[in-house]
Ligand binder design. Structure first.
Ligand SMILES: Nc1ccn([C@@H]2O[C@H](COP(=O)(O)OP(=O)(O)OP(=O)(O)O)[C@@H](O)[C@H]2O)c(=O)n1
Ligand SMILES: C[C@](O)(CO)[C@H](O)COP(=O)(O)O
Length: 401
């Protein structure tokens, strides 16, 4: 009985670009989608299929960061990973990756780190097409817009979109064919299929995937962030099949001093006859601590990110405005509120008689999510004990919507 050997597959993950169109303060592959970088997300999906070798192409000076991401994604397959330094174009970066391939690799996939959410199925389709005899295979999606050829701001022709496809990665090739195409390339191309076609080989297409979109602009990054918020990466090296939706907790604190004008507003209630707190808004430390806890749980920054003093619309605003906006931010990112617990430290006001009322008001502002409130004094210690102000501490749980 003869056994057909399984071809050795390598993936070159190109992460060497600067990301000028994204305009972040760092090379694009190291921008965070959540607590993980774009590169880490791309590699998690690469490692979700068995590979013989993974070569990461990093921008000069960021090789160490790339190795950290690669090791985290590889888990117990650390020995498959290497990092090389990229070049001044994507093509030069792929060429650097090709130099690092092991001698026995037979099929090479080239993948953009910028297509960070590409599902493992797409890799499998590309490998299968090359295993079945194609010189090269790339994933494509149909073009959905009406296409025009434009010159000098004028339409000069309509282009039949049925003839067009949008190319994605990973792009896979027989190793010898890709090596030769890179050795003989006469010009710069934006993808590998173009070099292989230029060298006289036929490249076939397989179905692409909407999730394999390239993170090119700030809007693409927002889209990736909102998708990942609902399905975060599992722990180091773990497989991605059916990732469980993980709830997240967050913490928030706030402090305001007495000395504001008008009435006291605290925990969403007005307290006639009590000293007012000072602040850009109404100084409601309880509401603000809850906002911080919810934003922290959803990984959406903190109150200053969304409600800073540079937002005049929040001057004097009460809890309902802050909490409704926070609920909206969470919803856009794919989260709903599980519950909130908040504790106030203050000599005054006395919460015992109005605790239930405050919980109901805060809960209503959060779309009905349970809010529990407790209050304490500090035995005369600290600024709250001296009656100078109020402190609040909140914890929140958010769950995927
Ligand atoms: N010198 C380069 C340029 C690009 N790439 C990689 O090629 C992929 C596709 O490129 P693109 O999205 O165009 O990335 P950038 O070149 O970084 O972006 P921009 O064109 O906006 O500067 C990315 O994963 C990018 O890191 C690379 O490895 N080396
Ligand atoms: C390789 C690629 O992602 C396939 O769509 C694309 O060609 C990269 O090109 P870009 O022009 O540098 O974005």
């Amino acid at each position: 009985m003869s056994i057909t050997p399984v071809p050795r597959v390598a993936v070159i993950v190109v992460a060497g670009g600067s990301g000028t169109r994204l305009g972040a303060a760092m090379p694009k592959a190291f921008v965070g989608i959540d607590e993980h970088t774009m590169l880490r997300h791309a590699l998690a999906r690469v490692f979700d299929a068995p590979q013989a070798q993974v070569v990461v192409v990093a921008p000069a000076g960021r090789e160490g960061d790339a190795l950290t991401d690669a090791i985290a994604a590889a888990g117990d397959r650390r020995e498959l990973v290497s990092v090389v330094t990229g070049g001044s174009s994507r093509q030069a970066s792929v060429a650097a990756g090709l130099e690092a391939l092991w001698g026995d690799v037979e099929i090479v996939l080239v993948h953009d780190a910028a297509r960070a959410l590409t599902p493992p199925d797409v890799f499998a389709r590309v490998v299968r097409a090359v295993e079945n005899g194609a010189a090269g295979a790339i994933p494509v999606l149909p073009v959905v817009d009406t296409i025009k050829r434009v010159e000098n701001q004028r339409i000069v022709a309509a282009v039949d979109r049925a003839e067009l496809s949008a190319a994605q990665t990973p792009q896979g090739f027989r190793r010898g064919i890709l090596d030769a195409a890179y050795r003989t390339a006469a010009q710069e191309h934006t993808d590998d299929a173009a070099l292989v076609a230029e060298s006289g080989h036929t490249v076939v297409v397989v179905d692409g995937d909407a999730l394999a979109f390239k993170i090119t602009t700030a809007a693409d990054l927002d889209r990736a962030r909102s998708l990942v918020a609902r399905h975060p990466l599992p722990a180091t090296g773990a497989r991605l099949e059916n990732p469980p939706p993980i709830p997240r907790i967050g913490v928030g604190t706030d402090v305001h001093g007495f000395g504001g004008e008008g009435s006291l507003w605290l925990a969403g209630l007005e307290w006639p006859g009590e000293l007012a707190l000072s602040g850009h808004s109404d100084g409601d430390a309880v509401a603000h601590a809850i906002v911080d806890a919810l934003l922290s749980a959803a990984g959406l920054g903190d109150i200053g990110t969304h409600f800073g003093t540079d937002h005049p619309e929040y001057a004097g605003a009460h809890a309902d405005v802050f909490l409704a906006r926070t609920l909206g931010l969470l919803g856009e990112a794919g989260w709903r509120v599980g519950n909130v617990a908040v504790q106030v430290q203050a000599n005054r006001p006395r919460f015992a008689a109005r605790r239930i009322e405050a919980e109901a008001v805060l809960s209503a502002a959060l779309g009905g999510a349970p809010v529990s409130l407790s209050a304490t004094t500090t035995d005369g210690l600290g600024f709250t004990g001296r009656g100078e102000g109020v402190a609040a501490f909140a914890m929140a749980l958010v769950v995927p919507a």
